[in-house]
Write a protein that binds this ligand. Structure first.
Ligand code: C5P
Length: 297
């Protein structure tokens, strides 16, 4: 018998991101605050004990459908970890733009792990679940917490933060993607220091981290990304002038988000966005909302 489940794979934004240096393993030590937003992909998973292998389909032909896809890799890793011998089927409806810094692929992978665990009824230990997620990518574990999350290490070391009051957000995707690996390489040219061990307490000392409330945030990737794409720097300025409480590049880009206290101001700002750029109106999700809305259509 086949069992199916539909899940929403939500996007994230980074409320500040600080790069501390390159580590001996080639990754970069960072500190960031992740915030989940309501924008989401839709994932349908099926498990069949009688079936075999992994079948993955995506409604967007530009998204790779084989091993390179994180949903496929999550299915494969989960099957090898649990010893499940039956078939896994995954269908993905893509909404979150790829290469935008909104964490779409990572969220799809986390939703896959969560969904397969629910469908199979075989619970992993939290430690195992987080370790599988971290093997899939630095930005995957945050989606096992939801809400507002502090990210340390290479981004995979995550701590839940208390939710802030809900806000409307406007996300702008300029129509091109940015390679994360390449953005890190370019950031390297500006980073003069090797990563040094830091205490989690350091986060509170940086003014560009809005730890306790909504407020201006800074993302170290902005220096490299804005130098190459000045139109994104102009977009950030435009959003702030339009009344955003905060506006920033998310991850290594290319999307820029803004957070608004008032829906009226958001609507006004949305009309100022250059033609041809994709805009998404969304809202922040608390941890409770995230888990309540995860399953379903
Ligand atoms: O972990 P993930 O596979 O998402 O990372 C993609 C690439 O981004 C890595 O191969 C690495 O080049 C870069 N990266 C990094 N430091 C991080 C996270 C990612 O250098 N903290």
């Amino acid at each position: 018998m086949e069992k199916s489940l539909r899940l929403r794979a939500f996007a994230k934004i980074n409320l500040g991101l600080k790069l501390l240096g390159r580590r001996p393993d080639g990754y970069h030590e960072l500190r960031t605050i992740y915030q989940i937003i309501a924008l989401h992909d839709q994932l349908e998973l099926s498990l069949s004990r009688a079936g075999e292998g992994i079948c993955f389909e995506c409604d967007n032909p530009e998204i790779p459908s084989g091993r390179e896809n994180l949903v496929y890799r999550a299915c494969d890793l989960w099957r090898r970890t649990t010893g499940f011998r039956g078939g896994v089927r995954a269908r993905l409806e893509k909404v979150i733009p790829a290469g935008s810094g909104l964490g779409g692929a990572s969220s799809d992978a986390a939703a896959t792990l969560e969904g397969l665990e629910r469908l199979s009824g075989e619970k992993l230990l939290p430690r195992e679940r987080f370790s599988l997620a971290a093997q899939l990518g630095s930005d995957v574990p945050l989606f096992l917490l939801g809400g507002r999350v502090l990210g340390c290490g290479r981004g995979e070391e995550v701590y839940p933060l208390p939710d802030l009051p809900r806000r409307d957000c406007l996300i702008v995707f300029p129509g091109f993607s940015i390679s994360t690996a390449q953005a890190y390489q370019e950031a390297d040219l500006r980073l003069t220091t090797q990563a040094v061990p830091r205490s989690i307490r350091d986060v509170g000392a940086w003014p560009q981290f809005p730890l306790l409330n909504w407020g201006p945030a800074e993302n170290d990737f902005e220096q490299v990304v804005f130098a190459r794409w000045p139109e994104l720097a102009r977009l950030k300025r435009l959003l702030i002038r339009a009344g955003a409480e905060m506006a920033s590049l998310t991850g290594s880009g290319s999307a820029v988000y803004s957070v608004f206290e008032s829906a009226r101001q958001l609507l006004h700002a949305s009309k100022l966005i250059p033609k041809g750029w994709l805009r998404f109106r969304s809202r922040t999700l608390s941890r409770a909302d995230y888990w309540r809305l995860l399953c379903g259509r």
